[in-house]
Design a protein around this ligand. Structure first.
Ligand SMILES: COC(=O)C(/C=C/C1=C(C)CCCC1(C)C)=C/O[C@H]1C=C(C)C(=O)O1
Ligand SMILES: O=C(O)CCC(=O)C(=O)O
Ligand SMILES: [Fe+2]
Length: 363
């Protein structure tokens, strides 16, 4: 994936939100204030309470494929991917230490002085390092969030200058965590293949050496949460995304369902999984890459650790033959190279599901 021509991008001053609240705790600068149509929106706690986002118990999927628990959980997974594009997984098998440790080092990273974090700057037009990604103009609104993102796998996508020397355990912890998340993604993709009636190795064989990137999002409290967004609405360009919320995290993630923003209530020891654009294309739209965003809280900070898992940049993506039928379910997306899609994705601001227009076949 070629780098963007960054010299022409003027983004203006991007204030660091953690520093902002230290110096002026009650002030929200103009650049963070969203237009009325972008703010809050309809939030339906009622929808959530009556029909919460599905919870998949992975221990049931370790049982023999003929077991009723396995069959029922696969059906639940299939419904979740079709109707929500999101689900939470419990009993996922990740070691508690691995999960706790990444949260600890991520917290320590964001707590470091600004000068230390700025040793790893996210340059305009890039998505790795500390700062705000997807900002392309001086008048673009900013998210109430500090981010630190790194390409992790394959090692060729790493920028070693951006891997921090402090906290001392950061790199080791991130590598250990990413290995475990990679195993989880491979496992989830086998279940997703089974749920689609495909051979279980389908995605692993297709993806080759998968691309894996991590983004740590730190949302400080905001005195006017109704005026800002923690993270702009978007869908993920990945195949799968795994989101870990810090322990006793407040609600922050919202997903767009039937034109209503539905909050995702954090469950202890669960991970939130969402279908990315790549699986939407591969399944010809059967499994949905759903638009989501993050909101902030007046009193509480929030930290999330997000892994994007995607095919190798060399891989050609197109709807799988098994999910296309010329008569009843015509092909909705053209074929493209995933590296080209990644380039397209990071060259545009986050704007709902707009990135996928890249591949849509318009009638
Ligand atoms: C909101 O999305 C992202 O920040 C993001 C960025 C991912 C990346 C890095 C941090 C470094 C390596 C490149 C890569 C683009 C993967 C989302 O990732 C999605 C978007 C695409 C495309 C993808 O494959 O994952
Ligand atoms: O922090 C969250 O709740 C959402 C993060 C997210 O959607 C992302 O990083 O792509
Ligand atoms: Fe996301």
């Amino acid at each position: 994936m070629a780098p963007l021509p960054i010299s022409s991008i003027r983004v203006g001053k991007i204030e660091d939100v953690q520093e902002l609240i230290k110096s002026k705790p009650n002030k929200v600068p103009e650049r963070f204030i969203r237009d009325a149509n972008e703010r809050g929106g309809l939030v339906s706690l009622k929808t959530h309470l009556h029909q919460p986002i599905p919870v998949i118990d992975l221990s049931k999927l370790s049982k023999p494929h003929t077991n009723d628990d396995f069959v029922f959980e696969i059906l639940k997974l299939s419904q979740a991917c079709e109707d929500w594009g999101f689900f939470q997984v419990i009993n996922h098998g990740l070691e508690v230490d691995v999960v706790d440790d990444i949260e600890k080092v991520a917290k320590e990273f964001f707590e470091m002085p600004l000068e230390e974090k700025q040793k790893y700057p996210m340059e305009p037009g890039t998505v790795q390092g500390y700062g705000q990604a997807f900002i392309f103009s001086e008048d673009q609104k900013l998210d109430w969030c500090n981010m630190f993102a790194l390409g992790v796998h394959p090692p060729s996508i790493r920028n070693p200058k951006l891997w921090p020397s402090k906290p001392a355990r950061f790199s080791e912890s991130l590598k250990g965590y990413s290995k475990e998340i990679s195993k989880l993604c491979k496992r989830l993709l086998t279940y997703i293949a089974i749920s689609l009636g495909l051979k279980k190795e389908t995605f692993e064989e297709m993806f080759g050496e998968a691309v894996q990137a991590v983004r740590m999002n730190y949302y400080p409290p905001c005195s006017s949460p109704d005026l800002v967004l923690g993270l702009s609405p978007h869908s993920d360009g990945s195949a799968l995304t795994v989101l870990q919320q810090s322990k006793d995290s407040c609600v922050g993630l919202q997903i767009l369902k039937d034109n209503t923003w539905v909050p995702v209530l954090p469950l202890p020891n669960a991970l939130v999984i969402n279908i990315g654009d790549t699986v939407e294309v591969l399944t010809n739209g059967k499994y949905k890459s759903v638009e989501h965003r993050a909101v902030t809280n007046r009193e509480r900070e929030r930290l999330t650790i997000v892994t994007f898992y995607a095919p190798n940049y060399e891989v050609e993506i197109e709807p799988m033959g098994e999910l296309v039928d010329d008569e009843t379910n015509p092909c909705k997306y053209r074929s493209y190279n995933h590296g080209d899609y990644s380039y397209h994705y990071i060259s545009n601001k986050l704007q709902g599901k707009k990135s996928l227009d890249f591949a849509k076949i318009l009638n």
